[in-house]
Ligand binder design. Structure first.
Ligand code: ZN
Length: 86
């Protein structure tokens, strides 16, 4: 039997997908980190790894709302680089 990973919702498009298909961004004690491995503790938000969802999340500030933290341009830059790297 195949083991399924949990379902998470993309903060960009709102689609529910398998956790492993999404890019995790985490608020680790006030530091926003990109967590492709999903191992960093803290409040997390998920994004489909594409620029459309990223742009939507920036526009709607949905990452900030999900993480309850102000996200600087520098952090957004880091996240977009991670998506492009994929
Ligand atoms: Zn999405």
């Amino acid at each position: 039997m195949q083991k399924r990973s949990p379902i998470r919702k993309c903060v960009g498009c709102g689609a529910r997908r398998d956790k492993i298909e999404l890019l995790r961004v985490v608020n680790n004690k006030g530091e926003i980190l990109v967590d492709p491995g999903g191992r960093i503790p803290g409040r997390g938000a998920y994004l489909c790894p594409n620029m459309e969802c990223f742009d939507k999340a920036v526009e709607n500030q949905s990452l900030e709302k999900a993480l309850r933290f102000e996200i600087t341009d520098e952090i957004y830059e880091k996240i977009s680089e991670e998506i492009k790297h994929d």
